[in-house]
Design a protein around this ligand. Structure first.
Ligand SMILES: [Zn+2]
Ligand SMILES: [Zn+2]
Length: 307
């Protein structure tokens, strides 16, 4: 089945982006993306206005960044392919707002991903674990103000470590990489530029229905530049075949229960989930610093001691 590269988080000047929808579409179309989900703050862009810009290799999908606030903290959750505008529902706590906003999103038939947990360090792994309905989170963001890497000096985990903390409890949460692009005019690390993080989805065809179904099924990987030629995930193993693209070496790591369980330098690897592990996932890092991340496989977890 073919792979399709797409962005699930971007902004236009219909909310707080710096460029028109046409400019944002042109950037993604010209940069090898196959689909683009517009996620302006608290509005759903009418993509029927831009259907003439679609091609057999590039489609537009409706979306919204449900932009909420609870307990003095920002709670932002993306809706992929909602049937209409979603109003944030807030709540007394961050977890309550996540519950209520995911419910609002799913009532429109859309998929929800919880965004940038470390923006104002608003959303902790405990908050996410308190919400059984969390199915997908941003485990990597290229936005410069969302503390993607956390703050080790303060004991604050990276977004990827937050994902690990949730997976470690056996929660089947999918991870997406995004750039949360707002700025298409000025380029630089202080700007939220496009082209930094995306997902690559394996789907039967390039259509909204097939792409959304494949994302919901977890048949995708997240990337900041490393591509896979092949990815095979069974109940207890992951095989990756890395597409080489200029970097000298590729480090392939199997992350299990929050730490690197095994690794090798090369372009192909197959990992079996260790006995008693809760989960395992693969991360590939090129010598250029680009990465990709597969979704996780799950085991039974540690054998419980009888009382
Ligand atoms: Zn946001
Ligand atoms: Zn955003």
């Amino acid at each position: 089945m073919p792979w399709y590269r797409g962005s699930t988080h971007c902004h236009t000047n219909e909310s707080d982006g710096d460029s028109s929808p046409e400019t944002v579409i042109a950037y993604h179309k010209d940069s090898g993306y196959n689909f683009l989900v517009h996620t302006d703050h608290n509005l759903v862009l009418d993509i029927s206005r831009f259907r003439h810009l679609e091609t057999p290799e590039f489609i537009l999908i409706a979306g919204e960044e449900v932009t909420d606030f609870a307990d003095g903290k920002p709670v932002h959750i993306n809706a992929l392919n909602p049937s209409g505008v979603i109003r944030p529902r807030s709540g007394d706590t961050v977890s309550e707002a996540i519950v209520r906003d995911i419910a609002a999103i799913e009532e429109t038939g859309a998929l929800a991903h919880v965004n940038h947990p470390n923006f104002y360090y608003a959303i902790t792994s405990e908050d996410l674990l308190a919400v059984p309905g969390v199915r997908m989170i941003e485990m990597w963001s290229g936005h410069p103000e969302v503390h993607n890497e956390g703050d080790p000096s303060q004991g604050l985990p990276s977004a990827e470590q937050i994902w690990d903390a949730v997976l470690s409890k056996g929660r089947r949460v999918l991870g997406v990489a995004v750039d949360d692009a707002h700025h298409f005019k000025q380029m630089g690390k202080e700007w939220a530029n496009p082209g930094r993080g995306w997902i690559v989805v394996r789907a039967e065809a390039l259509s909204t229905e097939k792409i959304i179904a494949a994302i919901a099924a977890g048949d995708f990987y997240a990337s900041t530049g490393v591509s896979l030629k092949d990815l095979q995930i069974t109940d207890s193993s992951i095989f990756v075949d890395v597409q080489t693209a200029g970097a000298d070496t590729y480090l392939i790591e199997f992350v299990s229960d929050g730490k690197v369980a095994s690794s090798l330098s090369g372009t192909q690897a197959r990992f079996e989930l260790p006995q008693n592990a809760v989960y395992g996932r693969v991360r590939v890092t090129s010598s250029d610093g680009a990465q990709c991340w597969t979704q996780a496989v799950f085991g039974q977890g540690p054998t419980k001691q009888m009382p």
